[in-house]
Design a protein around this ligand. Structure first.
Ligand code: PHE
Length: 350
């Protein structure tokens, strides 16, 4: 064997190994490369096995050459490995990098539901006038919802309110007025009684733009000695000015409720046209917002307050209607649908 031949072979091997290393782009293939060119069965190992066939003086020369090529390939391998690792790291950093200049995701501010808002606003107005807030049961007895309010079982006024009965005695209250009686019974013999009662009521109505089978009322009740109709009117006028604006006025029209005498329907100046007359007020300039009256002597006496000594007024209003008027909502069902397109408008104005 000629050493020159083997040198030639080694040179070719080195070239081949290095150029093949340049093409390696994955760690897994890098290991294959190492097995192929530096492993026990590699051509390099085979070359060094040919040592025996050489002349004695050539052996150390070949040994040195083989080591030199092996060292060089080993270094090239380390370098390639480092490069691959570096590139992998860079790729990972690039993928994980956070763009701190990116604008943040906006968080929308929630807003009170217009109905909740109106109820709280009305509560605030009456709290300011010295009223207390009370709440009562939605499942009522026939006794409190009707009988104690001067509506006996055969009374035609029961037809005015189609009722959800649960049993013969239990029903879903059709009005917050039963709380007049419950409050007087709780307070007796204290005076003054000055309370408002917000709450949900139920009626067997077909749902449409102005009716709902479940809606809210706010009841008001004042009982003391010497309470007169003018106290009712003054209180409601203060309420109307606070909620609808200082130029407001109220108008009382005679009406009938079994539990008030006299009874009135109460109007405010049309919010849409300011009294000029429009579609919303049917060209009257006035809009009805509540029912009211002087507490019927039978109701006072039934609840313990001697009607020859005490008198009182009561009123009941529908906050849905007030919210609709104030915010220009034309269909009551919109107040229950929670459509964000409606609700979002209130995060700005409230
Ligand atoms: N409860 C009556 C209704 O639901 C309203 C009302 C309350 C009238 C208090 C007079 C006094 O129509």
């Amino acid at each position: 064997m000629d050493i020159r031949q083997i040198e030639e072979q080694l040179r070719g091997l080195r070239e081949e190994a290095l150029s093949s290393l340049e093409k390696v782009e994955q760690n897994r293939l890098l290991d294959d490369w190492r097995v192929q060119y530096l492993g026990k069965k590699s051509p390099l190992t085979q070359v060094s096995r040919q040592m025996g066939a050489l002349a004695a003086e050539d052996r150390p020369v070949l040994g040195g050459l083989v080591n030199q090529v092996r060292d060089e390939l080993q270094r090239a391998f380390e370098q390639a490995k480092n490069q691959l690792e570096e590139r992998a790291m860079e790729a990972r950093f690039a993928a994980e990098s956070v763009d701190v200049t990116l604008p943040g995701r906006p968080r929308r501010r929630g807003a009170m539901h217009p109905l909740t808002r109106i109820i709280q606003e009305i509560e605030d107005v009456f709290l300011g006038m010295g009223f207390e807030i009370a709440e009562g049961p939605e499942i009522e007895t026939d006794r409190y919802n009707f009988e104690m309010l001067n509506v006996p079982k055969d009374h035609p006024a029961r037809d005015m309110q189609d009722t959800f009965y649960l049993t013969d005695e239990l029903l879903l209250r059709t009005q917050t007025s039963p709380m007049q009686v419950r409050t007087m019974e709780r307070m007796w013999p204290e005076v003054p009684v000055k309370v408002i009662v917000p709450g949900r009521v139920y009626r067997r109505d077909e749902d449409d733009a102005t009716h709902s089978h479940a809606f809210n009322q706010i009841e008001g009740l004042v009982v003391d000695e010497g309470i007169r109709m003018s106290d009712l009117k003054g209180t409601l006028e203060a309420f109307a000015k606070a909620v609808f604006g200082p130029h407001q006025a109220v108008r009382l029209r005679p009406s009938f409720f079994p539990f008030t005498e006299p009874s009135a329907e109460v109007d405010v100046r049309c919010i849409a046209c300011d009294g000029a007359g429009c579609r919303i007020c049917k060209h009257t300039g006035w809009i009805e917002i509540l029912g009211a009256g002087m507490v019927h002597p039978k109701v006072l006496d039934g609840a313990g307050y001697d009607s020859t000594r005490y008198s009182g007024f009561a009123f009941g209003m529908g906050p849905e209607r007030i919210a609709m008027l104030k915010y220009g909502i034309e269909d009551i069902r919109q107040l229950y649908q929670n459509d964000l397109r409606l609700l979002r408008q209130f995060s700005r104005i409230l």
